[in-house]
Design a protein. Structure first.
Length: 276
């Protein structure tokens, strides 16, 4: 197979089967068209001439499986993406929960780049409520987690997120939350004491001992098959407190014909739902 070509259907099916056998992760639950593109990209990224070399590398090097899962994830966010959602959280959802409970527990089930997590930390910092917040941040791979912990951010991401930050009600300048060291930019707000990290490729694989008041899971279910979407939403419902809030991506939706007894719409435009 030429490394520039899309993998064949046979190669795709073989990879899905072998990944399931070797790791227990069933990639067949993902939307097949986008998954084939990402598998092709992974093969190209590592300069494998043939698809079976990908599986051979996973079998020979257990650490490569983590890299493989990191490569499969779509970095589908940016700082303060969909600023209307962040503004609604700031002005309505977070104050409501804090007024009722005094504290808030938040889960981000898919931290790929850390942009969403840091946007949330900035927002909570400017609201002056970080002392009342606990965040669970789940990364799809150790590689993703290690990158987030470096605090390194590309300059173009900061610049492109500036307008979103201001539209989300930012009080300062987004650049105030970064410092440059040579050509690298680092996040300056600490995560110590209120962010706890774990690693799980799929959110529903992770068992939690406590429920959450707010779950942010945006722009990932686009790449799930219908069964995995419903399984994930059911899992989130189980892990939300009564009247807890779920936020998904603005191009995603909850099928209320299927989940009508579990979720209410809070904000249809920003795709914010409340557990019944």
């Amino acid at each position: 197979m030429n490394i520039l070509d899309e993998i064949s259907l046979v190669d795709y099916q073989n990879i899905v089967r072998q990944v399931r056998e070797l790791t227990g992760v069933d990639l067949a639950e993902f939307a097949s068209a986008s998954l084939r593109r990402r598998l092709t990209r992974c093969i190209q990224l590592h300069n494998f001439r043939f698809a079976d070399r990908l599986m051979a590398r996973i079998r020979e090097d257990p650490l490569f499986a983590d890299t493989f899962f990191s490569d499969l994830m779509v970095e589908s966010t940016e700082f303060f993406r969909d600023p209307g959602m962040w503004l609604f959280l700031k002005e309505n959802i977070i104050p409501e929960i804090l007024s009722q409970k005094g504290k808030i527990k938040i889960w981000l089930p898919s931290c790929v780049s850390g942009d969403e997590l840091y946007s949330l930390i900035i927002l909570l910092h400017e609201m002056e409520v970080l002392a009342d917040v606990r965040i669970q941040a789940t990364c799809p791979s150790k590689k993703n987690l290690e990158h987030i912990l470096t605090g390194i951010t590309r300059r173009d991401k900061i610049l492109s997120g500036t307008e979103n930050y201001l539209l989300a009600g930012g009080k300062n300048q987004l650049t105030d939350y970064f410092t440059s060291k040579g050509i690298l930019y680092y996040k300056t707000l600490s995560m110590d004491g209120f962010v706890e990290f774990d690693v799980s490729f799929l959110p529903a694989e992770k068992k939690h001992s406590a429920s959450f008041d707010l779950i942010l899971f945006r722009n990932q279910m686009l790449y799930y098959g219908k069964h995995l979407q419903n399984q994930t939403l059911s899992f989130f419902h189980q892990n939300l407190h009564q009247a807890g809030i779920l936020v998904i991506g603005n191009k995603e939706q909850i099928d209320l014909s299927y989940f009508s007894d579990r979720f209410l719409i809070v904000n249809a435009e920003e795709k914010i739902y409340r557990k019944k």
